[in-house]
Design a protein around this ligand. Sequence first.
Ligand code: GLN
Length: 237
Amino acid sequence: LMAVGVLALQGSFNEHIAALRRLGVKGVEIRKPEQLQSVTSLIIPGGESTTMAKLAEYHNLFPALREFVTTGKPVWGTCAGLIFLADKATGQKTGGQELIGGLDCTVHRNFFGSQIQSFEAEISVPEIAATEGGLPTFRAVFIRAPAILEVGPEVEVLADIPLASDQNVNSDFTSESQEDNSGSLKKVIVAVKQGNMLATAFHPELTADTRWHSYFVKMASEVGIGTSNSASTSGEH
Ligand code: GLN
């Protein structure tokens, strides 16, 4: 049985495990450094990245997580998980929290505003939509979501969204910079891939659409290290 680790410190890890289950894949809860050895791919869920970082620090997970990422094992961060993977986080309430890093980008936390400004948007990612045929777009759920404002040369942009003219964006991204020279609205990046890392600002695990999970499972199996015999015993509590 294919197994994928899910960082289970805080946030929407149960929803990720449920989405994997619908694909016939076992989600293994990861809370301690040694448990990372039982899996060869990892999902870092959405939640609250400061809290998640404190818990990760408490459990001494950062060295093992960094090694996991740098050894090329597939890792997917959703929302807070994206922040965790980023080399740099800016924006409100970024109190110098520890990050795993590795993903060459700058994310702006809570970019779209507070909880009440959470929204859904239709995004187009032909490459991933094609994994199961069907619709060319995805309904993406953004909850106090970050946005990716800068990416390095190794980063492949999978999706961006235009900023609505009335969208209340945060702090240093001013209304002036919401328009480019041609007067059209700027876009922000919401999904990227860099080698073994996949990151989304939104939450596919909160929808019934399993295409993103399928895509990640495919990424995990293609490197040929997607299965693990020990996962069924060592990942449980
Ligand atoms: N706003 C959260 C943070 O900065 C992320 C929100 C989420 O994961 N849904 O950590």
